[in-house]
Design a protein around this ligand. Structure first.
Ligand code: ATP
Ligand code: MG
Length: 457
């Protein structure tokens, strides 16, 4: 019979866990603090440890690390009271088997314990535990990934694991689902965090420019190349190269990229010297690569090289439970940026946001909140300050469409003109900032300014 060690400073919790677990046929032993718990790990050799995170004396992460000094393969499950992503990532990084967020139900506990025991049985497939002393880095604080839905939690765990192994990762998800944010987290959460992160958007460059961008070129290799240039692979060193919109690279570049991945070296365009490639590749796409492979547009061999590990980001409409937390997160983030103090959410606002279908996903939600904050006159995020994407609203019927604000405008062009003008004014006609907020390129913004004859007042 398997033995489970329960470490929790609160007696009620220990009793509750003991009852649930003994009903499942496990033997339980208990400790009221980390020190005593570690003694029991030594003397009793439990099969699993369930430990509270916040306790007087040692906290759960310290227990984890001490327990692993005694037995590196002992599954430790952390019980945590917060939906704290940084802690989650960190606990998985330092080798926790899993975590359970309080309050959890009997089924969750059962499944987690069951999985942990299974994993011991199949322990041959477990990675060696790598000790890592990352203290919560600023990058983690800046790039908070919000999400409590099961799919997002699974992604957090995977980020923790991947960040410690330099495998190539393919991130798939619709536009605005957070692919770049995930790439940054993988880079900054683990072993690559002190090395460069280099981002290349594969869709914005022509074939030859992209190649010289990736691999660099030597002077005179093509018209206009007046000096040697280092490519992104070289600049990434032993860090990360993030290839965004990977589906857009040409067949030729695909062949070259495949070669780099296979041989771990490359040459500059027009150059002869061989340069080693040590970077981890994270690729992202919002197109279905398997479909493109069937159409003969994307190489299957390259696909498999890139997707050593895959992260699939669900669209926002499939994780509506996260909308509230995302709104709160964006209010915090954007209040700070714009020196505003919108700290309340008005009646019906969450319902309204949850019934929208968010074609533009989290980015669209962020922009919606941003516009509302910029427009706000008090400390409330209310329905009237929110402009949902009108085109989508018009496609919808019924109650939601009824709520669409700005009905007084006639055409989409009117709305667009008004909106662009408003953002430009808010940004004091700083076009870089305005195009960022509007999520369009500078040339597009300029074209719109001309089209609508907008002038700075
Ligand atoms: N889960 C999340 N928690 C908090 N912020 C998020 C989350 N997902 C996305 N964001 C924010 O939403 C915005 C869009 O995310 P990001 O740029 O990573 O999306 P993307 O998938 O790369 O989009 P695209 O396909 O258009 O390039 C960013 O400001 C990002 O910080
Ligand atoms: Mg992106």
């Amino acid at each position: 019979m398997e033995k489970i060690l329960i470490i929790d400073d609160e007696q009620v919790n220990r009793v509750m866990l003991r009852q649930l677990l003994s009903k499942e046929g496990y033997i339980t032993i208990e400790a009221e603090d980390g020190e005593k718990g570690i003694q029991l790990v030594k003397s009793e050799r439990p099969d699993i440890v369930l430990t509270d995170f916040r306790m007087p004396g040692m906290n759960g992460l310290e227990v984890l690390s001490e327990a692993h000094k005694i037995n590196a393969r002992l599954p430790v499950i952390l019980l945590t009271a917060f939906g704290d992503v940084a802690l989650t990532i960190k606990s998985i990084q330092v080798g926790a088997f899993d975590y359970l967020e309080k309050p959890f139900n009997a089924t969750q506990l059962k499944i987690t314990v069951h999985n942990a025991l299974n994993s011991v049985r199949l322990s041959n497939s477990l990675n060696e535990v790598i000790y890592n002393t990352v203290s919560s880095s600023n990058m983690l604080d800046d790039n908070i990934l919000v999400g409590k839905t099961p799919a997002m939690k699974e992604i957090f765990k995977n980020i923790g694991r991947i960040s410690l192994n330099k495998v190539n990762v393919l991130i798939q998800g619709d536009t605005g689902t957070g692919k770049e944010l995930i790439a940054k987290l993988i880079h900054y959460a683990g072993i690559t965090r002190n090395s460069p992160l280099v981002i290349v958007n594969c869709s914005t460059l022509t074939e030859s420019l992209l190649e010289s961008e990736l691999f660099g070129h030597v002077k005179g290799s093509f018209t206009g190349s007046i000096r040697d240039k280092k490519g992104k692979f070289e600049l990434a060193g032993d860090g990360t190269i993030f290839l965004d919109e990977i589906s857009e690279i040409s067949q030729n570049t695909q062949v070259k990229l495949l070669r780099v991945i296979q041989e771990l070296e490359f040459e500059k365009v027009g150059g002869e010297e061989t340069i080693p490639m040590n970077a981890r590749i994270i690729a992202a796409t919002n197109r279905n690569l398997e479909g493109l492979i069937k159409e003969g547009k994307f190489r299957e061999d390259l696909y498999y090289r890139l997707k050593v590990f895959t992260i699939d980001l669900p669209p926002l409409r499939e994780r509506k439970e996260d909308i509230r937390d995302l709104v709160v997160h964006f209010l915090h983030k954007l209040n700070k940026r714009f020196n505003k103090n919108v700290v309340k959410i008005g009646d019906g606002v969450l319902d309204m946001l949850q019934s929208h279908d968010w074609q533009g996903n989290v980015r669209e939600l962020e922009n919606t909140i941003l516009q509302a904050i910029v427009m706000s006159k008090n400390d409330v995020l209310d329905k009237d300050s929110i402009t949902l994407n009108i085109r989508q609203q018009q496609q919808q019927t019924g109650a939601v469409a009824e709520q669409a604000p700005m009905r007084q405008f006639r055409s989409l062009a009117d709305v667009e003109k008004y909106h662009i003008e408003r953002i430009l004014n808010e940004m004091r006609w700083n076009k870089v900032e305005a195009s960022r907020v509007l999520d369009i390129t500078r040339p597009t913004l300029n074209a719109k300014i001309e089209k609508y004859a907008l002038v700075q007042m």
